[in-house]
Every structure is written in structure tokens, then in C-alpha cells.
Design a protein around this ligand. Sequence first.
Ligand code: DX5
Ligand code: ZN
Length: 217
Amino acid sequence: TTDHLIAPSILAADFANLQRDIEMINNSVADWIHVDVMDGVFVPNISFGFPVVKAVQQHAKKPLNVHLMITDPDRYLQAFKDVGADHIVVHLEACTHLHRTIHAIKDLGCLAGVALNPHTPIALLEDIIEDVDIVLLMSVNPGFGGQAFIPNTYKKIKQLRAMAQERNPDLFIEIDGGVSQSNAKELLEAGANVLIAGNFVFSAKDQLATIAELKNI
Ligand code: DX5
Ligand code: ZN
């Protein structure tokens, strides 16, 4: 099947050669560019902010799938739209008024997504599933690339796909963390349809071929 999407994560790119790495993605069969924003508060790491997202956007020819690992994302939705976010994904754990936040993202004209940490149950999506375009399941604890995949994710994907079946059949289910050729097929079979990959793509000798491998599963 090739009806799933691939989103390389630029967290694993070479930041001193970011334009080169964005152009590699442009030239690949990847569908989206995954952009990880970390604030050092919601997660124990700081990645990059608006100027870098804007620089990425100036070269990118694919939609920017922006993953906000930040507290109080409502304060910055407009600013991320302004630097070129096509999709804005917020963490459920960071949003007291998630319904309001999701609709604020849609009002900006972006696809709206919610991300769940590994310990956060799918059941918490019960009353928001119809409002979101994207659910991002963290398959590692957010904050760092290159961590080991948490196998409990398979169960969560199946539960989410079952919930979405009737109520939001067009839902994008993205998997983020430790994705590689070794688990990609099983993730898609469980019901995921977007694979995010950082280290697996950027540490590869042939990055274009690695993206194609994930796409052609
Ligand atoms: C982790 C980030 C991921 C990260 C994935 O907090 O949300 O997007 O880039 O990297 P890999 O694929 O190396 O686990
Ligand atoms: Zn991410």
C-alpha cells in the first residue's frame, strides 16, 4: 500500500545545512515535513522557534506539520501560522480548553491536530475525535530524537482506528518516535496512516532511498 504518508522530522537534520536537508525532502517522495518545537518546559529540551520555522518554510515545497511540545500553545497559534505552519498539532496534556484550541487552529485555516503522550489513554479523545484532523500518537516520551519505540503504541493505534472508523474516517493517525523499517509495516497494519521519522531518515547513507522504502511498504 502507498496510501499512507511519510513525514521526515527535521529535528534530526543538520541544522548547519538546513536548506540542503529541506531540499532533500522536497526531492523525495515524502508528503509532509515534520517540525518539532520544544520549549524546555513542557518537555526537557529546547529545539527551535519562529525564525527557524520561517527559514524552513521559505525552502519547503511540502506542507509543514508543526508539532508543538510547548505549554500554553494558544498564545502562539497565530505566530506559527504566520511563519508558515500548514498543520498545528498541540499536546492534549498542555491544553485545558482543547476544544477551543482546536477550533482556533481551524479558524486560522490550518489542519488541527492533537498529540498524546505514551501514557495518555485514547479514551480521552472520545469527545474531541470529530473535531480534529490529525491525532499524533507519541511512541516515545517527547523531547528527543533517536529513542526506542514503545510497543504499547500498537494497542493505542488499534483503539484509535476503531474510534475513528465511524466518527472521523478521514482522520490522519500519525506515529512519532522510533519509527523505522522494522516497525513501519506493523504500524500501518494497526491503523496508522502517517509515519514520522527522524533519525531513521537522517542517519541513513541514502536518505532519499530510505524515505522511499518507508513510502513503498
Ligand atoms: C520527539 C519528536 C519526534 C522526533 C522523532 O520528541 O516529537 O518528532 O523527531 O525522532 P526519531 O524518529 O529519531 O525517534
Ligand atoms: Zn514530533
